[in-house]
Design a protein around this ligand. Structure first.
Ligand SMILES: Nc1ncnc2c1ncn2[C@@H]1O[C@H](COP(=O)(O)OP(=O)(O)OP(=O)(O)O)[C@@H](O)[C@H]1O
Length: 341
């Protein structure tokens, strides 16, 4: 459905020397630097898949989505979505896609939501029956009924996002781009929105690319994630696989009698655990393929008195945070990286 072939995007940034002298000089001679936002990336997304496209701030997510949705033209490579090159055939492309782009709205600010939706019905040439069917569904799943008569500018963030999603899916598009659809929303609205996305995907086989910093969105909606870092794809695969390939996939949290600062890893554990101190607690990270939690606890008990312990599995947010913070090189050392292209 979505074919991304070796695309790159560069921005030209105006560079100015500081101070008055710099300002005057810039009037006569402009100096530019080239910034690579997306660097030769490729991936394929089949019909009906929900893919989480994630990365730290400035990694290149929005730039990629803008190229796939036809807003920007790549400087190199090509994108084909449902047989169309989006940036070359914008009108045809617009009919088959839907989008929610963070803070921007596609609803009309001063008129009631239902009139905005009516306008979109005409723009997309949606048959009356299909339109009514979707409106009824959205009233039910997104709790839209009480919002329809209110102008967008009077809606709360959560109410507005529910309406944005209705607008994005109104014409049953085959592809939908969702950029941070749950940002700033309370837990109950997030749940509602995730349920809605799942339902639309299930019923219409909608292909969805989701960019988000909310790892709960990813866990609940996406089987596959693509991680971009400094414009390059560093991981493309399943969430389960990402968790499994992490070098340390379990942690024993121990509260020892006395200070954890002096703890020395017993020789029997030295090849298997990584030590970390968190406040007064001792954390021992390990992989459950190599050793299990009870073996570690038994070994530590030979040398220390343990007051309390828990064994935890790191959530995806911890794994992803690690990749964001320490970058590609560290992720490769950890063995979490599988480069796709
Ligand atoms: N219009 C622009 N002009 C110049 N540089 C830009 C422009 N848009 C983005 N960039 C730069 O390109 C890089 C990628 O930006 P992009 O917006 O794609 O990142 P992102 O992953 O979506 O980040 P965020 O999570 O903060 O939204 C950044 O370094 C950014 O500063």
């Amino acid at each position: 459905m979505i074919e991304v072939k070796n695309i790159s995007k560069y921005y030209r940034l105006f560079e100015r020397e500081p101070g008055l002298r710099g300002a005057i000089r810039a009037l006569f001679k402009r100096k530019y630097i080239k910034k690579t936002a997306v660097d030769n990336i490729s991936f394929h997304i089949p019909k009906g898949e929900i893919v989480g496209y994630i990365g730290s701030n400035g990694a290149g997510k929005s730039t990629t989505i803008k190229m796939i949705s036809g807003i920007l033209t790549p400087d190199a490579g090509e994108v084909v979505v449902g047989g169309i090159i989006p940036y070359k055939n914008r009108t045809k492309n617009a009919k088959s896609i839907g989008a929610v782009f963070g803070q921007r709205t596609q609803l009309f600010w001063d008129i009631p939501v239902q009139e905005s939706l009516q306008l979109l019905k005409h723009i997309y040439e949606i048959p009356e029956e299909a339109y009514q069917k979707n409106i009824e569904k959205f009233k039910d799943v997104l709790d839209l009924e009480p919002l329809l008569s209110i102008p967008v500018r009077q809606l709360s963030l959560g109410q507005k996002m529910r309406c944005e999603l209705a607008a994005a899916f109104l014409h049953n598009p085959s592809v939908v781009y969702l950029d941070e659809p749950t940002i700033g929303l309370d837990a109950s609205v997030k749940i509602k929105i995730r349920e809605f996305i799942k339902q639309m995907n299930r019923e219409h086989e909608t292909t969805i690319i989701l960019t988000t910093h909310d790892m709960q969105d990813i866990e609940e909606l996406c089987n596959r994630i693509i991680i971009i870092d400094k414009g390059t794809i560093i991981y493309d695969g399943s969430l389960i696989e990402l968790k499994q390939t992490t070098k340390y996939n379990r942690t024993v949290k121990l509260e020892l009698e006395g200070s954890a600062d002096d703890f020395v890893i017993p020789i029997a554990l030295q090849d298997y655990v990584l030590k970390e101190l968190a406040d007064t607690q001792l954390l021992l990270h390990f992989n459950n393929q190599d050793i299990n939690g009870s073996q570690i606890i038994a070994e530590v008990m030979k040398h220390h008195v343990i007051n309390d312990f828990t064994v935890t599995e790191p959530g995806i947010d911890k794994i992803v945070q690690e990749i964001y913070e320490r970058g590609l090189d560290h992720a490769q050392v950890l063995g979490t990286v599988k480069v796709s292209n």
